[in-house]
Write a protein that binds this ligand. Structure first.
Ligand code: NAD
Ligand code: MN
Length: 357
């Protein structure tokens, strides 16, 4: 029996609804496989804890997570707590503390889910966005001077290091190389931002020499949004900075039908620390408690987690089950269906048990 210790942090809003669904699905995958067990340990960290104790997680939170094989994360964000507190109090300390520098966001059109792009169906849009996850625009540098005065100045300083850019570029080229089309698009804004962004372009060209079989090109981020909408088939693997990829991947999620299906993996490629798997969406308080949160993103990220753990069979079994259920029209309202979170989850579990692969 292979046993994996997984830290589950459902956190806020619909986070607990989708992580509970994901926990049931992982249990079903363990039963179906017979020789593998996913042991989930739940942590009640998040905005409720912040409102009671003034902190999103305990001060030794990272220490507590260190020994786990992976982290399964819901979402943070509450209507009555400022967003920068929830984000910097829980999700970012984990990503940065565990040096999960590669944020990997696959996007494809799942059968049964309709893209808002006319004429774009299954197979026409199949991307992986690699987001630099440790520095750049979200390194937390900057400040405010003359607070509240007319001459107030606020700075938000993006930090790009040669080590940081080289390692994410290498990760992206490797990923592109492992995919059938071997195609990479490097996104920057090196016309207007002439320091760190020009360094990105230069490092991309240097790393490209190590991957002669990968075809790559460069795009400015604004033009990239147009290309994603107008010519989705021309893209495959994409690498961009922390901020640019954050924005592009929300767009990608919407183009693939809904944010509710888009997954993300925060990976430490060197495996010094646990990696973290989560849906891209936030806590969605507009639908919290209604039982209609789409659990597909949270299932898909579980499949990324299984791949990371080396459980490829269970990963594939889960994605096949999800695709079958969506194709059968058992989907939540955000993608045009009538099913509840529970109905989708039960259907996926049935498909896992019924599968013969
Ligand atoms: P959101 O992703 O929570 O919601 C955007 C829209 O998409 C909403 O209309 C919501 O109902 C819908 N949606 C999102 N996930 C869905 C799902 N699984 N099923 C069905 N519909 C879904 O983004 P927002 O409204 O901008 O932010 C809400 C809160 O979440 C804020 O506090 C924000 O800071 C936080 N947030 C957290 C994360 C994270 O934890 N990684 C990411 C984004 C936003
Ligand atoms: Mn985002």
């Amino acid at each position: 029996m292979r046993t994996y210790q997984i830290a589950a942090i459902p956190a806020d809003g619909i986070g607990p609804e989708v992580i509970e669904a994901g926990a049931e699905v992982l249990a079903a995958l363990g039963q179906r496989a017979g020789d593998v067990d996913f042991k989930l340990t739940f942590f009640d960290w998040g905005s409720e804890r912040y409102k009671k104790h003034g902190e999103m997680m305990p001060s030794d939170g990272l220490e507590q997570l260190k020994a786990f094989d992976a982290i399964y994360f819901g979402a943070v964000g509450a209507p009555d707590v400022p967003d920068h507190i929830t984000l910097w109090g829980l999700r970012l300390p984990i990503c940065q503390g565990f040096d999960q520098y590669a944020n990997v966001r696959p996007t494809k059109i799942i059968p049964g889910v309709t893209s808002p792009l006319r004429g774009v169906g299954v197979g026409d849009l199949d991307w992986v966005i690699v987001r630099e996850n440790s520095e750049g625009e979200y390194s937390g540098n900057g400040g405010r001077a003359h607070r509240g005065l007319p001459e107030e100045v606020g700075t938000e300083v993006a930090i790009f290091t040669r080590v940081g850019v080289t390692r994410i570029m290498r990760y992206a080229f490797q990923l592109a190389q492992s995919r059938p089309r071997k195609l990479l698009t490097v996104v920057t804004k090196s016309n207007a931002q002439r320091h760190g962004m020009v360094m990105w372009d230069e490092i991309a060209a240097e790393v490209a020499i190590e991957f002669p079989d990968v075809t790559w090109d460069k795009m400015l981020v604004d033009a990239m949004t147009v290309r994603m909408v107008k010519n989705p088939k021309s893209l495959d693997t994409i690498v961009a900075t922390n901020l640019h990829a954050d924005i592009l991947s929300d767009l990608a999620g919407a183009l693939a039908g809904s944010l509710g299906v888009a997954p993300t993996a925060n990976i430490d490629p060197e495996r010094r620390f646990p990696s973290m798997f989560e849906p891209i969406h936030g806590s969605a308080f507009d639908i919290t408690g209604k039982g209609i949160a789409n659990p597909v993103a949270t299932f898909w990220t579980a499949s990324q987690m299984l791949d990371h753990l080396g459980e490829a069979t269970s990963s594939q079994r889960l994605m096949t089950a999800v695709e079958r259920v969506c194709d059968a029209g058992i989907v939540t309202p955000d993608v045009g269906g009538k099913a509840t979170t529970r109905e989708v989850t039960e259907a996926v579990i049935r498909a896992i048990h019924g599968s013969n692969e």
